[in-house]
Ligand binder design. Sequence first.
Ligand code: B16
Ligand code: MG
Length: 221
Amino acid sequence: MDIKGVIFDLDGVLVDTARFHYLAWRKLANQLGFDFSEIENEALKGVSRKASLEYLLKLGGLEKNDEEKSELASLKNDWYISLISNLDESVLLPGVMPLIKALKEEGFALALGSASKNAMPVLESTGLIHYLDYIADGNSTEKSKPDPEVFYIAARGIGLSPGECLVVEDSEKGIAAAVEGGFHSLGIGDQEVLGEADFVLASLENITVSELMEKFTVNNI
Ligand code: B16
Ligand code: MG
């Protein structure tokens, strides 16, 4: 089936904000008395705030009640919000804007499929908001990736079936969600982490729309 729409993850695919999530979680871990490495952080990419906190507490061997968990999640989010408070186009990852503009010009429907509840201010401050036809984010979902819910909502929002959409993701759990949901998938990052994707690229830099779509038609994926 031909690809008619592209669903982009946000953090780590369109914008370089995955590192801000990491810094905020590491600060929280440090405050709780343990360290948190970038390798350990891979497991949090694409995962909701609540599920991320559960993972972090388990890693630190800590148990907290619901009230404490909610305070810790708010603390992390306050730090994250202060880290993204002055964003502009410079936080866009290489190749993103040219590719998004070209996809739009060629008539593809574009949607966001992000786990983040902070997606809107990021889309507004970077100008990405003007190119997206539909936004599915952490405020529209109940289930965290690897559940495909967010991508189903995004596909429905642009009036397409999963088989007509390409999901672009930087996280292992996001690719797992795309595969589970019956979407075409493109991983951005490390082949070893994202090997389940149909294709993996190091970044979106220097790839044209036709080169991208060819990958999915030639191999009939
Ligand atoms: P928030 P994505 C995800 O965004 C991030 O990868 C993940 O690290 C973060 O915990 C999650 O959003 C929730 O974000 O705390 O802002 O609601 O990669 O799915 O765009
Ligand atoms: Mg991501």
